[in-house]
Design a protein around this ligand. Structure first.
Ligand SMILES: *Cc1c(COP(=O)(O)O)cnc(C)c1O
Length: 456
């Protein structure tokens, strides 16, 4: 059959709010024109993030009931550990309450001020945790990866030439570990090839630098490798995932992505000293090493979710959904980052709003127009999120003005996406009416969450 259907049917429903344009205009004004400040009940289709927003399966809900809440040595922990070890092969595994907790403990135990951590692109919490201990987070994306419209397949690959140059100029002793993020969230959800992970490992090994995978979307990445990288088409997703992890000395993970859970994460590694240091701080800030800030039932749900994420029918449908949305928008001429990534579609807001300049915050104008048109919530990844203040009050714009439509896992059906396409199409046809925005109030850090805007 040519039609790729959702490989599940729906056993429980959650009503969607259907609102009028007048009501949305009032809600947006009340939220100071910042969709982060909207009440979720006022959003019809919420594409703000794919993090922790997925729907659990009946098997996950059943597993919740089997949660063993013993403080130490719980059965749920052993189920979790068995699954994570089966996929990753790590000797030491630690649950954490989410991905950034693993990052924070890793940074606190392994990094000193002035040291350097390269990555294809650091996710914002990873960067913040590295910078918090005074170390430096360096992005080494290839030239194709930085080109929004390049059709190359593995645009998440780390630039190996730049990595080698960095090691040679700074010295390997200044680089306690290197990271690779699969898929590359900050870079459009683009995949990393097995070849690139293997070559990076070989280069790093020569210099004695460990490799840590930021593995949040390891299963989506595995599917890209199966589909597009020579030599992997007849391997199962778990075999591909195991091969990816075989090149890593450790991994941080947010179970809110490919754990198909609403909360959770883990850290895994082989080295005994790394594990001991991690364990000591984990007990101090997260909890005993067999629960790490999670309930036993969460550990059960994650253990089931990790395996469901490696189900090929699920990944085929997931990738087909992103493709469906992207293809129909491209047919209408909407400028998108190419090719579509694993978890989101990114609109080039600068091209969409060609009548606006970066200092007009075109991403905010577009996000607000999508909300007003149909109650669709997206997020700006442009000069509000990444712009830098310059001395004198002027602002350095971000490299790109993007708007991300992130797809929660197993939540919306094809007709929901047809609706989203109709909303975007309507805004696209009237794009000249998207107005410039300016900031009237902002916080010194992570201002996008709370800033207040006015439309000119
Ligand atoms: C979400 C995410 C994180 C952080 O995980 P949380 O569970 O949100 O703390 C780290 N890296 C990447 C690539 C992510 O997408």
């Amino acid at each position: 059959m040519r039609t790729i259907i959702e490989p599940f049917r729906i056993k429980m429903t959650e009503a969607l709010p259907l609102t009028t344009r007048e009501a949305r205009a009032a809600r947006l004004a009340f939220a100071h024109n910042n969709v982060f400040l909207l009440a979720a009940e006022d959003v019809t289709i919420d594409l703000l993030t794919d993090s922790g927003t997925g729907a659990m399966s009946d098997r996950q809900w059943a597993a919740l009931m089997l949660g063993d809440e013993s403080y130490a040595g719980s059965r749920s922990w052993r189920n979790f550990e068995r699954v994570v070890r089966d996929i990753t092969g790590f000797k030491h595994i630690f649950p954490t309450h989410q991905g950034r907790a693993a990052e924070r403990i890793l940074a606190a135990t392994r990094l000193k001020a002035k040291e350097i951590v390269p990555n294809n692109s650091h996710f914002d919490t990873t960067r913040a945790n590295i910078e918090y201990v005074g170390a430096q987070a360096v992005d080494l994306l290839t030239r194709e990866g930085r080109d929004l419209y390049s059709e190359q397949r593995f645009k998440g690959d780390i630039d190996l030439f730049a990595l080698e140059r960095l090691i040679e100029t700074e010295g390997a002793q200044k680089i306690p570990f290197c990271m690779i993020t699969v898929t590359n969230n900050s870079g459009g959800g683009q995949p990393v090839s097995m070849q690139n992970i293997r070559d990076a490992k070989q280069l790093l090994k020569k210099h004695g630098v460990p490799l840590i995978l930021d593995a949040c979307r390891f299963a989506e990445n595995a599917y890209f490798i199966k589909r597009h990288e020579a030599g992997w088409s007849d391997k199962s997703l778990i075999e591909i995932a195991r091969a990816m992890f075989s090149f890593a000395d450790g991994a941080t993970m947010s179970a809110k992505k490919d754990g198909l859970a609403n909360i959770g994460g883990f850290f895994g590694c082989h080295d005994d000293q790394w594990a001991e240091d991690f364990r000591n701080l984990l007990i101090l800030t997260e909890g005993f090493p067999t629960y790490g800030g999670l309930a036993g039932r969460d550990l059960e749900a994650i253990a089931v979710g990790l395996m469901e994420a490696l189900d090929e029918d699920y990944q085929r449908y997931r990738h087909a959904t992103v493709d469906y949305l992207a293809r129909r928008l491209m047919e209408r001429g909407v400028p998108l980052v190419r090719p579509p990534g694993g978890h989101a579609v990114f609109i080039d807001a600068a091209a969409f709003c060609s009548h606006l300049s970066p200092r007009d915050y075109p991403g905010i104008g577009l996000v607000n127009a999508l909300y007003l048109e149909g109650g669709v919530r997206a997020v700006e990844l442009g000069s509000v999120m990444f712009g830098k203040a310059r001395p004198g009050g002027d602002e350095e714009p971000a490299a790109h003005e993007l708007v991300r439509l992130a797809l929660p896992r197993r939540v919306y059906t094809q007709s929901h996406f047809d609706y989203v396409i109709e909303v975007i199409d309507a805004v696209w046809r009237t794009r000249d009416r998207i107005r410039p925005h300016h900031i009237v109030q902002q916080a010194p850090f992570l201002r996008h969450f709370t800033a207040r805007f006015e439309a000119a």
